[in-house]
Design a protein around this ligand. Structure first.
Ligand code: OOG
Ligand code: NI
Length: 453
């Protein structure tokens, strides 16, 4: 795409494509995964009597990525960069619940129009040094001090954009080139292999963050229409697929997020001092997204998931199916029980029967009436966020780190710590979905010329 002027949505799309091209070169299996997703989506579209071109534009671009950072300074600059790409921090993920010494947020667009154009999201974790053993903190500080993720040119472009200077096409291209340098893989480690092994013994994540000169992108994840088909294609085509799909089971009405991956590569690394070794961190993932659930819908999801995890009498996939039989699986039920967020819109019949104001003003109607009279319809709002327990399942199979038990301690001010590092608040995803739902109701009031009470 040619960037002709300052436009966050276009910049984000260019950035996302550039990142995807870079990762495809670095991890060729990711290219194979993209091809499989394209083939599966085309066959699902055909099955539904559609052409892949009938899909909304976001489907062809859609993916997420994940990076891990070592300091507040790094987090702050990433926040500035992503803000220029139209992505802001949403949600707080305390990854102690999966036994990682990290916490995280997801940078993503939040406005309906931007999400429709390209909902690219990046899950950004930050190392919590307070959760690293005191005896290792020196190695961590030393290594992080030695690295600088951002080029002077990138910092200059960020300053200029923040000062409101018009970004030319050339500036936009340079911004992307300079930012890719943050996320590129380096096979040279900044630490000695002994230190790497000490850090890795404490937690793989600490070694992955601290020992390399960049904040390498550790996976990219295209969205697919049928994750079960992608999973079986991966196996058929000999990709080292993870054994199980994470998240809810396959349903008539998909909710939240289902994910699977191919396992991480073992990569050659030259450690400081010239010793050769390996590191395993980078992989490819695929996701199928469903509806955003309300807090009530999430509580039910968590309850079903926990009962599936506790059921050792069955195979995990069967346990999941049994546990989720308690989760309603028709859109009207999910709607009437308030489990899912919806986008409402006027039907053709509604638009045709809309009347100008009478003498008593706009008629008052309830949403229930409008739905019953088929003047309004609804579709679920897509879940744009993440599920840390699923992420832990992905990492368990990728890193061979079996320890993903939940830690049930109270939050010791992690959110405040993260927000201080960011230099801003993180948005609450429930509030965002609620606002999208409300906005859609207001659009119905306008289009039907009624007051919805
Ligand atoms: C977590 C990444 C989370 C997902 O799909 O849930 C994620 C990490 O980098 O440690 O990408
Ligand atoms: Ni992911």
């Amino acid at each position: 795409m040619d960037i002709t002027s300052w436009n966050a949505d276009e910049l984000r799309t260019s950035f996302c494509l550039a990142m995807s091209n870079m990762y495809r070169k670095e991890v060729p299996l990711y290219g194979d995964l993209l091809r499989i997703v394209q083939e599966v989506d085309a066959s699902v579209s055909n099955r539904n009597g559609q052409s892949p071109d009938d899909l909304p534009p976001r489907y062809h671009l859609e993916r997420h990525g994940a990076i891990r950072l070592g300091s507040d300074h790094e987090l702050r600059v990433i926040r500035r960069l992503f803000s220029i790409l139209g992505m802001r921090p949403v949600g707080y993920y305390d990854l102690r619940i999966v036994n990682f010494p990290l916490h995280a947020t997801a940078f993503r667009p939040t406005a309906a129009e931007s999400l429709d154009k390209n909902p690219f999201r990046v899950f950004v974790s930050v190392l919590r040094k307070d959760l690293v053993s005191p005896r290792l903190r020196g190695i961590v500080e030393d290594a992080l001090c030695k690295r600088e993720l951002f080029t002077p040119r990138l910092l200059e472009l960020l300053d200029r954009a923040e000062d409101g200077e018009i970004m030319t096409s050339q500036d936009g291209k340079e911004l992307i080139t300079e930012s890719l340098k943050i996320f590129r893989w380096h096979s040279e480690s900044v630490v000695h292999i002994e230190d790497y092994l000490h850090l890795k013994k404490e937690h793989m994540m600490i070694a992955d963050i601290v020992c390399f000169p960049s904040a390498h992108i550790n996976h990219l994840t295209p969205r697919t229409l049928d994750i079960d088909l992608v999973q079986s294609e991966m196996v058929k085509q000999g990709l080292p697929a993870k054994e199980r799909i994470e998240g809810p089971p396959s349903r008539q009405c998909p909710i939240l997020l289902r994910q699977t991956s191919f396992k991480a590569l073992e990569e050659q690394v030259n450690f400081h001092g010239g010793v050769a070794g390996t590191h395993t961190a980078r992989f490819g993932e695929v996701e199928q997204r469903g509806a955003a659930v309300t807090a009530k819908g999430r509580a039910l999801y968590d309850a079903c998931l926990h009962s599936a995890l506790a059921d050792t009498s069955r195979d995990p996939d069967d346990a999941l199916k049994v546990a989720f039989s308690k989760y309603p699986d028709t859109w009207p039920e999910l709607h009437d029980l308030g489990l899912v967020y919806y986008r409402y819109s006027a039907t053709e019949l509604g638009l045709k029967s809309a009347r100008p104001n009478g003498r008593t003003g706009r008629p008052k109607k309830t949403l229930k009436d409008l739905l019953r009279e088929e003047l309004v319809k609804y579709e679920p709002i897509t879940y744009e966020d993440f599920l840390p327990l699923s992420a832990a399942g992905i990492f368990k199979s990728n890193l061979g780190d079996g320890n993903v038990q939940a830690v049930n301690e109270e939050d010791v001010g992690g959110l405040g710590q993260l927000e201080e590092g960011l230099g801003c608040k993180v948005a609450d995803h429930y509030e965002l979905y609620d606002a999208l739902q409300k906005e859609s109701i207001q659009n119905c009031e306008r289009d039907l010329n009624v007051e919805i009470v």
